[in-house]
Design a binder for this molecule. Structure first.
Ligand code: NAD
Ligand code: ZN
Length: 253
């Protein structure tokens, strides 16, 4: 049965778990100044992502997509990891974190010092670009300079389309990342969701998979999610506050 527990109980649950998988969404980064997607007045609504099919077929859409991306990047330039990111980095240092699955594209888990081999990025990474044809990496300052000079989106030397290394609406998730996420979800003892509305699929299927495979499912979020009815524990509130106090409680004196 689902229960809403307080942070002391969450601390005990984390303490007795040894194979923890974290699953994070945009909510873990809001305290860092990166806006989430669905909260009211989100700037993502003004700079709505362009669907993948439109991006691919229309050069004007590509230029517009880059303009919107850079507008969003400028909003949270210089953002640093928060308490939630540090909490997972601590778990990794204790040897309890099997993997950290994230829907986020802000690379703040990397910036927290968490071993990159533990991070599974389901929706890609917004800090660089890749060619959709040859896979070559392109750096954002060069893309931005090209856009400013020409008003157009750049193309790769191979002639392919250059796109932010994120997964757009209508674009398939990276199969290897999704497979790895399914594997770790199916073999952990605690699946800990932090800061996700759990409405974006297939990512939102992973907590259900973990639960069906025998893991305890815990959700830390400010508001209710559609998977609350199958969660074992729910902690409602501010992520920085909740996970920050767990870190403090676990810190050696
Ligand atoms: P979402 O915006 O749908 O949900 C975020 C959830 O976190 C909401 O339920 C909100 O109430 C909660 N929340 C926000 N701040 C919180 C806080 N400080 N404490 C507690 N709860 C808080 O995000 P999602 O589920 O990750 O789905 C959005 C999609 O958009 C993802 O696919 C992601 O790729 C993308 N996105 C990424 C970023 C990022 O990289 N930081 C930001 C926005 C959107
Ligand atoms: Zn190319």
């Amino acid at each position: 049965m689902t229960e809403t527990i307080d942070r002391d109980d969450l601390a005990a649950l984390v303490a007795r778990s040894n194979r923890i998988v974290g699953f994070t969404g945009a909510g873990i980064s809001t305290e860092c100044g990166v806006p989430d997607f669905r909260s009211p007045d989100s700037p993502w609504r003004r700079n709505a992502p362009i669907p993948f099919a439109d991006f691919c077929k229309d050069p004007a859409m590509r230029a517009e997509a880059w303009r919107r991306k850079f507008a969003m990047d400028d909003l949270y330039a210089g953002a640093c990891p928060g308490q939630g990111h540090a909490f997972f980095a601590d778990l990794a240092r204790e040897g309890k974190l099997v993997a950290l699955i994230t829907q986020n594209i802000d690379a703040l888990h990397h910036a927290s010092g968490l071993d990159r081999d533990l991070i599974i990025e389901l929706h890609g990474n917004g800090t660089y670009a890749t060619c959709l044809d040859c896979g070559r990496r392109h750096e954002l300052p060069a893309v931005r300079a090209f856009l400013a000079d020409t008003g157009s989106a750049p193309t790769c030397p191979c002639g392919g389309i250059v796109k932010s290394a994120t997964i757009s609406f209508g674009q398939s998730l990276p199969a290897d990342a999704l497979q790895r996420a399914c594997d770790v979800a199916g073999s952990c003892d605690l699946f800990l969701v932090v800061g996700s509305s759990l409405v974006v699929r297939p990512a939102a299927d992973l907590p259900r998979l973990a639960k069906q495979s025998g893991a305890t499912l815990a959700i830390v979020n400010r508001e209710a999610t559609p998977l609350d009815p199958i969660a074992d524990v729910i902690v409602r509130g501010e992520i920085g506050d909740i996970l920050g106090s767990l870190r403090q409680a676990a810190a050696p004196v």
